[in-house]
Ligand binder design. Structure first.
Ligand code: ADP
Length: 164
């Protein structure tokens, strides 16, 4: 089923000049970029993306606060990808949350090595290069938060002619 999902190149990766190499991974897999921008969010916006009732509930108040600091420490590159089962496919391409445990070949496994223990020791959010929506409900909410409808485009890519 054709879906859309939100991806962020997080501030650590933007500063490391990895944006092009990260975007390339998704294009290589045939996923279609339907919207894209660079944005430096403020604390209020960060709290809408990383909601207290989600992150603090799952990981605790300290992780939530550290995560809020992380996401505002520089600009992020936000984009929306479209494709078959794109939410699941993009999560697979990104790899699991902890870069140390992420397999080589995934974005987090190839471009980072930060661990939960080093994040905790440094009192920082785990610096894991990318964000991607976790499920259909999150994708819907996150795309609406980061993009106006007019910033998202419907067009045919080579995939539409060759694959579907
Ligand atoms: P994901 O980004 O893989 O979907 P979560 O939604 O569970 O993961 O967490 C959001 C972000 O919070 C993670 O990407 C990571 O940057 C940070 N994070 C999660 N758990 C921890 C932790 N135990 N210590 C530090 N940072 C964490």
């Amino acid at each position: 089923m054709v879906e859309r999902t939100l991806v962020l190149v997080k501030p650590d990766a933007v500063k490391r000049q990895l944006t092009g190499r990260i975007v390339e991974r998704f294009e290589n897999a045939g996923l279609k970029i339907v919207g894209m921008k660079m944005i430096w969010v403020d604390d209020n916006f960060a709290k809408k993306h990383y909601r207290e009732d989600d992150i603090a509930k799952r990981h605790g108040e300290t992780v939530w606060k550290n995560l809020l600091k992380f996401i505002v420490e520089g600009p992020v590159v936000a984009f929306v990808l479209e494709g078959n089962d794109v939410i699941e496919v993009v999560r697979k391409i990104c790899g699991p949350t902890e870069p140390k445990s992420a397999q080589p070949g995934t974005i987090r496994g190839d471009f980072a090595h930060h661990s939960y223990s080093s994040a905790d020791a440094g009192q920082k959010a785990i610096r894991n290069v990318v964000h991607s929506s976790a499920n259909k409900d999150d994708a819907k909410l996150e795309i609406a938060l980061w993009f106006l409808e007019k910033e998202l485009h419907t067009y045919k890519s080579v995939q539409d002619f060759c694959m579907y």
